[in-house]
Design a protein around this ligand. Sequence first.
Ligand SMILES: Cc1cc2nc3c(=O)[nH]c(=O)nc-3n(C[C@H](O)[C@H](O)[C@H](O)COP(=O)(O)O)c2cc1C
Length: 196
Amino acid sequence: MVTNDVATEIETDRDSSDVQPERGTDLDGPEPQDAADDVRFRLLMAGFPTGVTVISTLGRGQAPMGMTCSALCSVSLGPPTLLACLRAGSPTLAAIRRRRVFAVNLLHEAAQPVAELFGSGAPDRFDRVRWRIEPSWGVPVLFDDVHAVARCRVVDSKLVGDHRVVFGEVTHIRHYAEIRSPLMYGRRRYAGWPAG
Ligand SMILES: Cc1cc2nc3c(=O)[nH]c(=O)nc-3n(C[C@H](O)[C@H](O)[C@H](O)COP(=O)(O)O)c2cc1C
């Protein structure tokens, strides 16, 4: 039986898929002691270690813009597409939406200071790293601090809560320092991916 609460939930479901939710499964609601809040959600995701990237692009007057981002996910192989989740108020995000292209700089194990710098909000972040605009890419690349970089073309984006999910079709890929392991972040700590 559908209660009024459940009916309201169905109406306000923001899932844009064309599949109707099955009643009585996801709609029952959590037990109070299991309810998600900011603290418990952060703790949950801290237990899901990821690689660390700097997402970069060019802003007004060709100024380099970039931010640390660990919310990166492979979406599709054909065409090669990834997604990145960027805070809605980010100046880097605003520049990406204007420019329509961005680089995903996959940081290597020695680049923890760069991850911290590009996560700090420091206005002079590009003065403190080595970078260049790769010929024909049109985006800044942190060539000292990466093991690989992808250049992406924005194909879609969607605002979800306080972040925007940006879908990028990968147009170019380059590997830089293949001997270096990827930098990882989880449980509020950095670590290099174990060699071997
Ligand atoms: C390890 C790490 C991972 C982060 N991941 C993300 C992320 O996935 N999305 C996001 O919006 N901010 C993330 N941040 C925070 C941003 O890097 C930070 O807010 C930064 O100042 C944003 O740059 P902006 O000033 O250009 O917006 C992360 C920070 C760190 C240190």
